[in-house]
Design a protein around this ligand. Structure first.
Ligand SMILES: Cc1cc2nc3c(=O)[nH]c(=O)nc-3n(C[C@H](O)[C@H](O)[C@H](O)COP(=O)(O)OP(=O)(O)OC[C@H]3O[C@@H](n4cnc5c(N)ncnc54)[C@H](O)[C@@H]3O)c2cc1C
Ligand SMILES: *[C@@H]1O[C@H](CO)[C@@H](O)[C@H](O)[C@H]1NC(C)=O
Ligand SMILES: *[C@@H]1O[C@H](CO)[C@@H](O)[C@H](O)[C@H]1NC(C)=O
Ligand SMILES: *[C@@H]1O[C@H](CO)[C@@H](O)[C@H](O)[C@H]1NC(C)=O
Length: 542
């Protein structure tokens, strides 16, 4: 979403990045009490961003507190990363592409810091795109392009943008910065670590944004409907599969916070893998937790099985549920004090494929191949309001199609250029749709078929995946509890506030902070951790 950064940057010479690194010098002094060498046994269920971050920060915080911990991470899949994972074009490990979460941004402190600390290669998002087309980006409403942008914004483009949208881009940028700055308070005291997300959202006035649909939030902040519909909604659709009549104002702002969009070369999951290594957790891949029994002595017994084999059990002092509870299929007995409510999640189809063909200009009513944008986002036609409907894709029928990169395919011994595309859609793509978007001929009887029915000469490789990708972000002021029972912690509630890798990581870090506090306050283990001291140390390391 690099283009927003460029629009905003070029338009807004006036606004400087606000570095809100406040330093609280009233940090606590450590108590003199001797550390009790009692090791805490912590189980984390899930090796995605939330689980890996819980482990990583718990190791750091428990070291600061001087409390020994034994961390075990259970993951039912064979890989680390959860919704952040890659697949390989042509099954070639040198050609990984993201199947889930693909970008993060410079204000994503946890991901940025850890990527640097781990020495991972960070690259600009979309950096592999070949720039063969005149247009980097186009916003399609199913009938026409409402907006087209080249690879750099000329003064002429800017003049057109201002002509088209007036002050809306500037107002949006200002509103976004203001909102993001409130959010960033959550990383440091007096907010961090927070025991209630609802209370923190309220204290930071963020409920004004989460409590109303994006459309209303933008309107009440003086942002024109045309800019909201054409630009902001194309972003809420590619990022969340939702229109502005549904998604709340905060998530709409998150979609515009695209400054410094980056990705980890070879896969964002490497951050989470590095975090787990550094936490020295005992990682159990291919291991599904099926049940948790809360014992009378407050310990918990986990029942788990590997690759469908027999069930084994282990007992822990603390359990962290690090993923959406509703998809974990874990039975808890006796039942939790507070069970997370089941909420609707977006069902997103991701189709990755390679082809010697490029997107057809005819499909988009363009005359020249060179004009077909490399990234096509979609929105609703102006005045076509679907309100808060979940099936809100509208006439465009897909959320986005983007060219990721060019690869060399060997076809009949001659090296050939193939284009790798990613499509987000609410339904599985039919052979007929793909054939027409690539302008290839297929028999009429295959129209309703699937991508696999298209000849290998036209689609040389593909991978399809259906995700429960993120919640429908309906406006709300109350969020799921972080603590579900005395020693059962939950990260998933943050997804209906903001659903990203970074926010899951923030919640993992927060759970680690709450747990460490409690060990001292309730169990008198170790010394208290000074959160202001920790924040300061962290800022110094940057
Ligand atoms: C297609 C797509 C695109 C996205 N794009 C972006 C993006 O560009 N930027 C961004 O920041 N975010 C993006 N997101 C959202 C982001 O992926 C998620 O918000 C984030 O990865 C969630 O992390 P998590 O750890 O909370 O959950 P998950 O990644 O879902 O991790 C939960 C883990 O728990 C495991 N688990 C569940 N139950 C059990 C059990 N019973 N036993 C053992 N293990 C279990 C699961 O297998 C899973 O690995 C995208 C998501 C999708 C699907
Ligand atoms: C997980 O299971 C798959 C097969 O289902 C196997 O290929 C893989 O090696 C296993 N990984 C681990 C770490 O056990
Ligand atoms: C850590 O926990 C695992 C899983 O319960 C257990 O097998 C192991 O013995 C524990 N190690 C220590 C040092 O307590
Ligand atoms: C494809 O599906 C449509 C609608 O479901 C149907 O009308 C049409 O006859 C089908 N075509 C073929 C070739 O099966």
């Amino acid at each position: 979403m690099d283009f927003f950064r460029r629009i905003m940057y070029m338009l807004l010479l006036l606004l400087e990045c606000v570095c809100i690194i406040g330093v609280d010098t009233t940090g606590q002094t450590p108590l003199n009490s001797e550390d009790k060498a009692t090791s805490r046994n912590v189980a984390i269920i899930g090796a995605g961003s939330a689980g890996a971050s819980t482990a990583y920060y718990l190791r750091k915080f428990s070291d600061l507190a001087g409390v020994p911990v034994n961390i075990t991470v259970f993951e039912r899949e064979a890989y680390i990363g959860g919704r952040s994972t890659t697949v390989n074009v042509f099954d070639d490990p040198s050609l990984p592409i993201e199947l889930g979460a693909s970008i993060f941004v410079s204000v994503n402190y946890n991901l940025m810091d850890t990527a640097k600390e781990l020495g991972l290669k960070i690259s600009g998002a979309g950096g592999d795109r070949p720039a063969e087309s005149v247009n980097m980006l186009g916003i399609w409403d199913g009938f026409r392009f409402l907006y087209l942008q080249g690879h750099s914004l000329s003064w002429w483009d800017m003049a057109k943008l201002l002509w088209q949208y007036g002050l809306a881009p500037i107002r949006t940028q200002r509103l976004m910065k203001n909102t993001v700055n409130k959010f960033l308070q959550m990383y440091k005291p007096p907010y961090f670590p927070f025991s209630s997300l609802s209370a923190t959202v309220q204290a930071l006035d963020l409920h004004e944004a989460t409590g109303v649909p994006g459309a209303q939030f933008l309107e009440s902040n003086g942002i024109s409907e045309s800019f909201s519909n054409d630009i902001i909604q194309s972003s809420t659709r590619v990022n969340y599969g939702q229109n502005l009549g549904l998604i709340h104002g905060l998530e709409a702002m998150v979609c515009m916070a695209t400054d410094g969009a980056v990705a980890i070369e070879d896969g964002n999951w490497r951050i989470f893998s590095g975090m787990l290594d550094s936490s020295r957790a005992d990682l159990r891949l291919n291991t599904t937790v099926t049940a948790i029994k809360q014992n009378s002595d407050r310990s918990m017994t986990l029942f788990h099985s590997s690759n469908g084999g027999s069930t084994s059990r282990h007992t822990f002092d603390e359990v962290v549920l690090a993923g959406p509870f509703q998809y974990s299929n874990i039975e808890v007995s006796p039942s939790l004090d507070r069970s997370p409510e089941k909420i609707p999640y977006v069902r997103l189809f991701v189709t990755l494929f390679s082809s010697p063909h490029q997107l057809s200009p005819e499909f988009f009513d363009l005359s020249d191949q060179k004009d077909v944008p490399e990234m096509i986002l979609t929105t609703l036609p102006r005045g076509f309001n679907l309100g808060d409907r979940e099936d809100g894709v509208g006439p465009a029928k897909f959320w986005s199609i983007s060219l990721l990169r060019i690869v060399e395919a060997s076809a009949e011994d001659s090296r050939q250029k193939h284009y790798v595309y990613k499509v987000f859609s609410p339904e599985k793509l039919t052979a007929g749709f793909l054939a027409s978007v690539l302008a290839v001929e297929i028999p009429a009887s295959d129209q309703n078929g699937t991508i696999g029915d298209i000849s290998r000469n036209d689609i040389s490789w593909y991978h399809e995946k259906t995700w429960h990708s993120y919640p429908y972000e309906y406006p709300r002021m109350e969020f799921e509890e972080i603590r579900l029972a005395s020693n059962v912690w939950y990260t998933g509630g943050i997804e209906s506030f903001i659903s990203t890798m970074e926010t899951s990581s923030l919640m993992g870090m927060n759970v680690a902070g709450l747990m460490t506090n409690e060990w001292h306050d309730k169990l008198h283990l170790g010394k208290p951790v000074s959160w202001s001291g920790w924040t300061q140390q962290r800022n110094n390391e940057l």
